[in-house]
Design a binder for this molecule. Sequence first.
Ligand code: SF4
Length: 330
Amino acid sequence: MGCPHNCVFCNQDTITAKTAPGSADTVREIIEERLPALKGRGLDTVEIAFFGGSFTGIPLDWQKKYLAVAKEYKDNNRVDKIHISTRPDYINIPVLENLKKFGVDIIELGAQSFDDEVLSLSERGHDASDIETASSLITSYGFSLGIQLMIGLPGDTKEKAITSAKKTVLLKPDIARLYPTVVFEGTRLAEMKKEGSYCPLNENQAVEITKEMYKILDAAGINIIRVGLKSTDLVNPENDLCGNYHPAFRQLVEGAIAREKMEELIWAHGKKEKSFCFTCNKKSFSGMIGHKGCNRDYFEKKYPSLTFMYTADEMLPDRTYKLKSLLSGK
Ligand code: SF4
């Protein structure tokens, strides 16, 4: 339902123009359609999530209608949690009281950046202090907090992005999402790019900056539930104007982090060893090898006199990369 804002990167006008607002019955239909598909998948938690636009920006009556349906499913133990996303300046005490009444568990804030210049150039209509105030209110009411950050908005730099990640850590969110900016047709950002006033990041730059932010959030124990946009209908080669969308962006970032750690291990042992066996758990294995084997190729090319092998060790925690020396057998 129409958000009154016009953030430069957002094509919600185009989306909402094509889609009539759903009724409470539509919410119920969607839940009934999706719930059976989730059975037997071994999921720890099933959530009803109201995403897209700004949930607490829609009229309170509508919020109540939608939430009443969700609460019914939660009360009947058919779902575990209710999850919403909204803007920092749409959080206040009456809003939180209402969300509490309907059993909402998780509130995600589209923060995007903690730099006031980036927020202003992106026409967000709020500043960094709004994010901090809203986050404190959310956690003081006992909700789980999520923070969404974007990378490469107008005026953004690597330093500003890293500062945003550090400021996010101070707010102690439970979850975070990292989204490199994608330029969609029909947005102000697309016009800015055509005019030459905005230069999007290329893939390597986006990976490099996101990697540093990921490391900061991960080290603070924040669950990074998404890195990069989903390959939904909203993202296809026609509406990604700069061609910098990558469907496996998370794997690119986690692969870059793994490569960095593995290279540190080579340098720490490289003078003594000729053969290296890297190991990590199965879940982290694709990060170790890299997207389409790019890490394997990188090490083979960069260190042609060394031999590399890769094995799994289920005893290791996620994203922990160790080196087993083939010569010493350790
Ligand atoms: S507040 Fe959210 S939905 Fe509204 S224009 Fe900005 S990004 Fe789009």
